[in-house]
Unconditional design. Sequence first.
Lengths: 449, 495
Amino acid sequence: MAKTAVHLADMAQRSTSFPWPDAPEEDQYSVCVHCGFCLEVCPTYQQLGDENHSPRGRVHLIKEASQGLLPLDESVINPVFTCLDCRACETVCPSGVQVGALIEEARGQVHYQEPPSGLSGAVEKLFLRGIFPRPARLKKIRRLMRFYQMSGLRTAVHKMGLLKVLPMHLRELEAVIPDITEQSALDALPELMPAQGARKASAGLFTGCVMDVFFSDVNMATVRVANRNGLDVLVPKEQICCGALQVHAGDREQARKMARHNIDVFERTGTDYIIINAAGCGAALKEYPELFKDDPVYHEKAEQFSSRVRDISELLVEVGYERPQGEVNCTLTYHDACHLCHAQKIRSQPRELLKSIPGVNLVEMVDADRCCGSAGIYNLTHPDMAGQLLERKMDDIPEGVEAVVMGNPGCMMQIKAGVERRKVDLDVLHTVELLDLAYRREGNHDERR
Amino acid sequence: MNGDKVIRELVRILGPSRVLHKPHQLHTYNCDAYVAKTSLPRAVVFPESTEEVARIVKLLHENDIPFLPRGAGTGLSGGATPLNGEVIVSLVRMNRLLRVDFDNLRAVVQPGLVNLTLTRKITNKGYYYAPDPSSQSVCTIGGNLAENAGGSHCLKYGVTTNHIVAAKFVLPTGNVVDIGQPFGDPVGYDLLGLVVGSEGTLGIATEITVRILKKPQAVKTALALFDRVSDASDTVSDIIRAGIIPAAIEMMDQLAMQAVDKSNYYVGYPADIEAVLLIEVDGMAAGVEETSQRVVEICKSHNVRTVKVAENDAERALWWSSRKMAFGATGRISPDYIVQDGVIPRSRLTEVLHKISEISRESGLRIANVFHAGDGNLHPLICYDSRIPGETEKAIKVGSAVLKVCADVGGSITGEHGVGIEKLEEMRFLFTDTDLAAQLAIRSVFNPKDLCNAGKLVPKPSRCVEVRHAQRIIEQNADFFGGFQEQTELMSPSK
């Protein structure tokens, strides 16, 4: 009897600490052979030197929790949430461990177990459930921010020093919020913008939320560049936020709802491609199938959807682009957004586009593919680590460059904050903005930047 | 002091952020890259200077608490696994390049500096650090010193011991000594020679002076695909016989090629070839072209299917990463693996590979082979699945059988990965109990309480009489050993 009891207790002890649906699977974490080749590329390990905050360590903890050797407590939760989800480890991993997916699924388990609390909980609740999934509220926020900027309120707030109540990193971010345009691209653009010249294909534009709130000009530029290169661009008006931030935070149920909606919307639009200019959204859209492991119908639809998704730089190189004739005389450097280079393996295409512009002198920065610390809302939830990584990124920008170019709105905000902090004279631009500028300057050679 | 008090004292010395001691913080330190055995440490501490290491070690020594040094934890023989609930002294925060003397080809580094980072920091002036273990992008120079790490280019350039000339060393008692000579040969006993490769059992290096080299003027790398392993082996022997000293000759077999081709480091090896050779020659531009042509000819005289010289750096880099990532890529074909590290006389290669495949067949475990063919250093990767009861033990046995084959043909049980906990029993293939007792006696000189990485490298002699003999030697010479410690204190410049 006693023996059986002990045995049962043993069994109970060994039951998984990940009992909820959509958990990290053995097939995923058993791929890790613990070689440690990922340590040196992991930004949090580089900063802390603590293997709990390394990819190998995190996978090890996920494995132990999954096998019931560790409870789902701070031992697992803390390392899993300090991860930037930058996927640099996936680029070097010889064994092919999908660390990003494991982390996101483990966060999903945490989300089931305990609703997020504290600072990051509040941030998540406000943005991830309250604002981003709801286009009407997003629009309202956009209008409020524009009002704040245009009405003189911002000036007044600055003069009165009211921002001093905010922590430093938020003040820096506030300072770099670009001028909000009157309308978002999603609202402003017509539903169809036909290709110029011979039509190569059709593409549905995914406007994104951060991109369209803060950088709607980049969306406009994307449309012009795509039209110019033979692409019909359609803008499905019912699209909503892609759900990337929800996936990163572990709110997979919310993310699934948003994904289903977008899959249906773009299925109806029926374009050859779906184009996106935000690396984080692009990676999430391409990984929609991961969300539907337990839903065969939507898994199939998600596969179909994802196969059409392209980053704008990727698609231009794939279908062919015209070399711009307009000059942009500028020495610049390129920062690899993590979700472009590590998650989507897109490195050469944006560089190729930039180099095709007459007058551009591209100077590579060291460790261009190390995370800048933005990482979705990481710079809001983990300001200390995000700040350290921003400092390193700013240190790495080569002397004498006039602009840093990249393909993700989160990085653009973060690096703008770095520029503000250092008071340096440096433009922060999206790849398509430069390309668009070069096209617009054709036949107008002596215009200077 | 009891254990808790010692932890409090460690926190007092280093501050709370540099001491991990809560049980939940320790799981990721329960093994290194050798995963067949795991054990939790008592704590992990992160010192940032020689003085801090010395203070920590002294405290632990005085309180009889076991400890061990750890770098990146990429070791493949369990050298950094805390078998006895050690306090792990992590050296990753001591990762600075302290000084470089380009004129005299020396660099002084802290132990946590990553091997490849040293090269990256001096490469723009045309210099590099030669030893290049496959894990060089991650592993630390301190760890390289402890394991006497090798690498692909050690055929021509030698292993770590040939590149370390001096070190500041914290003895297991907490005393700090300087050993070796930055210039010139060792004077007196070659203590540095003893310490390099001692697998963390004799103390902790905290400042290391290494040789750096000028990058060779020219490099040519050839990739040769063979239908039969025997032809590849004969090619290796013939290249050496021709008087060519390549910088590296690496071989991979079919299973290893399949694994890397499934990884991010895809080369596209034909599925039906049995072996690939990666042959690199370097030196003055004038000679390298001719030598590489000669290498190609030798390949052709041994039924090579195709042989190609890399057209550019990108191609060369891809071939190398395919080879260097082969261990990790084994995860693509198997949930777990043990990598062995036997050395054999080069001329016995074909015969030994045949025996290894027999062992594989008999055990039912697949074995991929990746190795430094030029110096006869084999790395059979034994694939297993730890989730199947009994399979881990079986894989360990298979590894042992492979090493027996190596020892029997006059080779060795380790070329560069160290003995650690993995190959303890196999030490008996090479050494008698008397030999082992002599080694333990040496250890006792440095490590009198056996607190520093106990249970690694040298197995206890199986016969009690030998143990007693070793103890007697130590007791009889107690005065001398005590005197040694005093001497080292006097020698220490930091006093």
